[in-house]
Design a protein around this ligand. Structure first.
Ligand code: NDP
Ligand code: DXP
Length: 375
């Protein structure tokens, strides 16, 4: 079976500040463009690549990301920047009608209506590579966009590992260190999403992501804790059938699925050995232990700017936790305080500048709450 290298060539690679890593990737994949968002890091990248015979053209800033996301010679854009910083380039790719492989769930949480409208108007293909949403996509019929009820779906069963703190004594959560929170039991991921998994905010963001991707609401999504992370999510149908997608927890599978769709190619992931897995467990999420999950459900039901506020406050709170400025329970407290403090606003007819202004105001508010908790 074909591998992706038979069919794909990297036109552009991007990073924020890590010039060394991007330089290494440029040497390996020889893209035509490299975007280094930070201008100082862009100068460093140019120095690092000075001896290349045909170095990539180096662009900077969010504008550089938007530019490469919309290049005519690009047909696939993988949106895998962390946080709301991914919104503008993801939107640019959607507006340009690309196949968008979406890992950056935060852009749908902040601007779901805007992004889905851009996809509809341009004819872009929005394919989820977040493992759960990719699994759901695989378990739905191809015509699901006419409505989940129309195609016989009762509800989505969104699986969650429960993260590294699933069994910690609740009264000891304030002593959790960033290293302990980032020690995910089944997935190797970046620090921000790892903390989100530890608080289950990741699942809350994913509930909102699923509402937009699959045109549904929170009443039709059940979060199911499944510690083995072998089932990546399920779809329950009206006739009693439940379809699940299983596999080893390895992001190469959803990425390969979305790159090759509607065909398949070899992702390089080892076949799932069910005898080695031996058992699959399921539990209800504990909302007392994971208040961030409850806050995300609340923001999703509230709608308007609430999900954008939730996301911005969470990004600030997680960064403060990773810097040891607040404790782990402080993350939920900062998010709740920000949601309470920010006025409710509608998003109908609003553009990206409005949403990013909401994001900025929520960050200021959350940062103030972080300072208050410390003093
Ligand atoms: N890791 C995983 O397995 C999964 C991740 N996701 C989602 O994918 C996204 C990325 O997660 P993950 O790969 O773990 O994160 P990482 O922290 O490992 O990587 C984040 C990437 O985003 C870049 N970046 C960070 N800030 C900015 C910015 N302001 N502007 C431009 N680029 C920026 C970083 O560049 P630099 O290193 O130079 O700072 C880095 O390349 C998140 O939205 C996450 O929720 C979803 C499913 C699974
Ligand atoms: C790899 C991936 O897609 C993540 O979303 C992962 O599934 C997070 O695991 P949790 O279920 O612990 O949040």
């Amino acid at each position: 079976m074909a591998r992706h290298s038979d069919r794909f060539r990297a036109v552009a690679l991007t990073a924020n500040r890590d010039a060394e890593r991007l330089a290494e990737q440029c040497r390996q994949h020889r893209p035509r463009y490299a975007v280094m968002v930070d201008p100082d890091a862009a100068r460093r990248l140019a120095d690092l690549l000075a001896d290349m015979s045909q170095p990539p053209e180096i662009l900077t800033g969010v504008e550089g990301l938007e530019q490469v996301a919309a290049l005519p010679e690009v047909d696939h854009v993988m949106a895998a920047i962390v946080g709301a910083a991914g919104l503008r380039p993801t939107l640019a790719a959607a507006k340009a009608g690309k196949r968008v492989l979406l890992a950056n769930k935060e852009s749908l949480v902040v601007a779901g209506a805007l992004l889905m409208k851009a996809v509809e108007e341009s004819g872009a293909e929005l394919l989820p590579i977040d493992s759960e949403h990719n699994a759901i996509f695989q378990c739905l019929p191809p015509d699901f966009s006419k409505g989940l009820a129309e195609v016989g779906v009762r509800r989505i069963l969104l699986t969650a590992s429960g993260g590294p703190l699933r069994d910690w004594p609740i009264e000891q959560l304030s002593s959790v260190t960033p290293e302990q929170a980032c020690a995910h039991p089944t997935w190797a991921m970046g620090r921000k999403i790892s903390v989100d998994s530890a608080t289950m905010m990741n699942k809350g963001l994913e509930v909102i992501e699923a509402c937009w991707l699959f045109g549904t609401d929170t009443d039709h999504i059940q979060v199911v804790v499944h510690p083995q992370s072998v089932i990546h999510s399920m779809v329950q149908y009206e006739d009693g059938s439940v379809l699940a997608q299983l596999g080893n927890p390895d992001m190469r599978t959803p990425i390969a699925h979305a790159m090759a769709w509607p065909e398949r190619f070899d992702s390089g992931v080892a076949p799932l050995d069910l005898f080695a897995v031996a058992r699959l467990d399921f539990q209800e999420p504990d909302m007392m232990r994971f208040p961030c999950l409850a806050l995300a459900f609340q923001a999703a039901r509230q709608g308007g700017t609430a999900p954008a506020v939730l996301n911005a406050a969470n990004e600030i709170a997680v960064a403060a936790f990773l810097d040891r400025r607040i404790d782990l329970p402080g993350i939920a407290a900062v998010v709740e305080g920000t949601l309470d403090a920010m006025p409710e606003e509608g998003v109908e007819g609003q553009g990206v500048d409005f949403l990013l202004d909401v994001d900025r105001r929520a960050r200021d508010c959350a940062e103030h709450l972080v300072q208050t908790r410390r003093s």
